[in-house]
Each structure stands twice: as C-alpha cells, then as structure tokens.
Design a protein around this ligand. Structure first.
Ligand code: SIN
Length: 305
C-alpha cells in the first residue's frame, strides 16, 4: 500500500492522540529547516492516524526527526518503520539483529573477538541504499549504547545544497545520470577494517549497480535535491572519466558545506528518523576503546525521478 493510501485509510478503531510536541532545532544546532525534535511519542500503544500524519508532515518539512527518550523494543521500531512503507533488508545479513532481519546492528563492539555489527557504517557521506533500484525513503537509527565522547552523526540538506548551486551548474547537471554501486568503496573499507566480512558471490549478485538522476525530485514535496555521494556514486554516465571525476568531486565538496549540515550529538534513547531523499549522512567516528551500538531500520522508497 502506498503511503498516501495508508494515510487515507480510516482507523479501524479510534486511537487516542498523544501529546506530541514537535520543536524545530534551533540555529547553531541545525540550520534553516533541517531537523526537529519530537517529544512525547508513546509507541507502547497504537499510533493514531492523526499522530502519524503530524510525524509524516514534520519528516517532510524538517528531513531529520529526533525522537527523544524513545524507549521501544526492536519489534516496536520495526512496526513504526512499517507505517512509512516496506522495509529493506541490508545485504550484510551477518549484522541483522537475531529475530529481526529488518534491523541492521550498527556497532563497533566485538564479542568473543567477533564484530556484532557494522562498525564503520556511514564512514563516507551517503544516502542509504542509493545503489538499489528503489533507494531508501528514510532510515530510523535507535541508540542502544552510546560512547561518552564522539559517535555523532552529521546530516547534510541536499535541497539546500541544490538550491545554492550556481545557475550554470544547475543547467549543466539537469539531465545527467550517475551510477551508484554498493561495491564502490567496499574493499577499501575492508582493508581499513579487516573484520568487515568478505562478500559471498550471492551477496555480490544482490547489489548490482544502478543509475539514477544526479538531481532528483522528491516524490512527496516536489523539491529538487542533489543525489550523488562519495560513498556510492562511481561516475556520471556518458562523460569522459576525468570530466566525470572532476564534476563529482565538485558536487561532493559543495553538497556537504557547513551551512547545509546538522550535527547530531546523541542522547540516551534517541531515535533519529531521516529522509534519504532529502539528506545525506555521515558517521563522524567513535574512539576505538568506546562502545557504540544502534539499531537501524530502512524503509523502501520509490524509483528516482
Ligand atoms: C549509517 O550510515 O546508517 C550509520 C550512521 C551512524 O552510525 O552514525
């Protein structure tokens, strides 16, 4: 069922609304419209359609929602994520949470010498699963264990980045398409983090590259956004290699300029829900001796236009 169909569907039973408060992040923490806090969401009971609508609208308006003090189980995270669409299962099934294949463990923790999750997820700027045919609508990342220092996540507003491009560049990239590949940086990351698993032929077969427009139009708001990333974009289709490289480097540098970025400093029980059609994100890194564990669910989006 599409998201708009889900919104139009009458509630089977009348579910009371929660006293949810949505507070845009203040200047200095988040710039412009990027980022809002959501306080008072209670997911231990069914979410009313009107609360869902408010959260959905806030997500479209602010692109990054920070749910504070959200004490939910993995099953509740999965159920809440599913309100927005079908969930995507990460190719690194080794790091799925037991009993919840829809949840990817993002963690630097090792148990009995083995990593329990993907420790270097988000090492480069990216939009989740941009390498598949239908890249992600959004991702939810729920803090389980946080380091005393470090471990921040940065978000860059790709609508603002597109809007700020010189007119000449907008015209140049208007109809260009770029290839996205999961494998692009995989071996390089594996060389730095040898515990990253070697991909099996079956895993490699699951992630063929896909081509998407360099400028995408948000399917719900109609806003344009840049859609290339240093993690997954390999080349601009149809350009000579040196030209493609130079243009991508220029776009990567522009798209993550400070004025487009919100830096999230995690608090206990935060869950952050970002719009992968509007932002890119980056894990700023955690000192090796400190433990960090978060659960990520990823919602499928539409083919990119
Ligand atoms: C991710 O890229 O999904 C993980 C981000 C983070 O660990 O901060």
């Amino acid at each position: 069922m599409s998201l708009s169909a889900a919104l139009d569907r009458p509630a089977a039973t009348a579910v009371p609304t929660s006293p949810i408060e949505i507070r845009p992040l203040t200047a200095g923490q988040g710039r412009g419209r990027l980022g809002a806090e959501v306080l008072g969401l209670d997911l231990s009971r069914p979410l009313s359609d009107s609360d869902f609508r408010r959260i959905h609208q806030a997500h479209l308006d602010h692109h990054v929602l920070v749910f504070r003090d959200l004490r939910i189980t993995p099953a509740q995270q999965v159920e809440f994520s599913r309100r927005f669409g079908p969930l995507q299962i990460h190719v690194l099934h080794q790091f799925a949470l037991a009993g919840h294949p829809e949840i990817l463990i993002v963690s630097n923790i090792k148990e009995n010498g083995q990593p329990i999750g993907l420790g270097d997820a988000g090492h480069y700027w990216h939009s989740d699963l941009s390498y598949v045919e239908k890249p992600s609508l959004g991702s939810m990342l729920h803090a389980q264990e946080l380091p005393a220092e470090g471990g921040d996540t940065l978000f860059a507003d790709q609508h603002a980045a597109y809007d700020a491009l010189p007119e000449k560049t907008k015209q140049r990239i208007a109809h260009l398409r770029a290839e996205h590949s999961y494998l692009c940086k995989y071996e390089e990351l594996r060389a730095r983090s040898p515990w990253r698993p070697k991909l099996t032929p079956e895993q490699i077969a699951k992630v063929p590259p896909h081509v998407h427009p360099v400028v995408r139009t948000h399917p719900e708001t109609g806003r344009k956004a840049l859609f290339v990333s240093e993690h997954f974009t390999t080349r601009i289709v149809g350009l000579p290699e040196d030209e493609s490289r130079a243009l991508l480097d220029e776009l990567f540098a522009h798209s993550t300029r400070d004025e487009f970025v919100y830096r999230h400093r995690w608090q206990a029980h935060d869950m952050v829900f970002w719009d992968n059609r509007s932002v890119m994100h980056l894990a700023a890194g955690t000192p090796e001796h400190l433990r960090r564990k978060l659960y990520r669910s990823t919602i499928e989006g539409d083919a990119v236009f």
